[in-house]
Design a protein around this ligand. Structure first.
Ligand SMILES: [Zn+2]
Length: 66
């Protein structure tokens, strides 16, 4: 009975995610967090190249702590 389960924190919302087949989106807790991370990464790139039309969703930054 040795449960060797690794727990990681979702990079987007910080929730604890089981590093196993149960978590297909690891290290994210779900697909939404995975997408959010991708979008934020893309927006970060956009911000560097041009300062136009940045739509920042307050919903997301709420869960992020830099
Ligand atoms: Zn998450």
């Amino acid at each position: 009975m040795s449960d060797d389960i690794t727990i990681v924190a979702c990079p987007t919302c910080g929730i604890q995610v089981e590093w196993s087949e149960n978590s297909p989106f690891r290290p994210f807790c779900n697909k939404r967090c995975q997408l959010i991370d991708l979008v934020e990464w893309a927006e970060e790139k956009k911000r560097i190249s041009s300062d136009l039309q940045i739509t920042h969703n307050e919903d997301w930054s709420d869960a992020n702590s830099y």
